[in-house]
Design a binder for this molecule. Structure first.
Ligand code: CU
Length: 169
């Protein structure tokens, strides 16, 4: 038993004993880059400035949130994939897929595709299916991938996903 006397000027910290906090895992998530409450809309630009990007690509969302993808250039998709197979649709084809969304250059046109977040326990991974024949590479391999509720570090982070995508089929 530790002493239990009053010590009002001392903040208790014990850096040598990390605690697991099993019932508070969600609150242990690091600072989000784009957080919204349930039912909020999170806007993501696809192909901003003619780049092969989702912006933002690292999305944190709650159940009930809507991720609204805005296609603004070229011809991209937003297609759900899996952590270990970044550049292919889910094997059972249950994932979301916007299909190709061509945007005429200079038209200022925009198309949208929405994904409603139905669980926030596991990361949701996605990529672009477009292929660049001249490079022999897909947009996915070139880094056009994203995630909803990825970890900040480790194998479930977006950075790790990008790395896997670059060397995937
Ligand atoms: Cu693309």
């Amino acid at each position: 038993m530790p002493p239990s006397g009053d010590s009002p000027t001392t903040t208790y910290t014990d850096p040598t004993t990390p605690t697991e906090l099993p019932e508070q895992e969600e609150s242990a998530l690091p600072t989000p880059t784009n957080q919204a409450g349930s039912g909020r809309v999170i806007d993501v630009t696809v192909g901003k400035d003619d780049q092969l990007t989702y912006e933002p690509a690292d999305i944190l969302a709650s159940v009930g949130d809507i991720v609204r993808f805005h296609f603004v250039s070229k011809n991209h998709t937003v297609t759900q994939s899996s952590r270990n197979d970044p550049c292919n649709p889910l094997a059972d084809l249950t994932g979301f897929d916007s299909g190709f969304q061509p945007i005429e250059a200079g038209s200022g046109a925009e198309k949208t595709f929405e994904v409603t977040v139905t669980q926030d326990e596991k990361p949701i991974w996605f990529y672009c299916q477009q292929f660049v024949p001249a490079k022999g590479l897909s947009h996915c391999q070139l880094g056009m991938v994203g995630a909803i509720n990825a970890d900040r570090t480790g194998q479930n982070s977006l950075n790790a996903f990008i790395t896997r995508a670059s060397s995937s089929d």
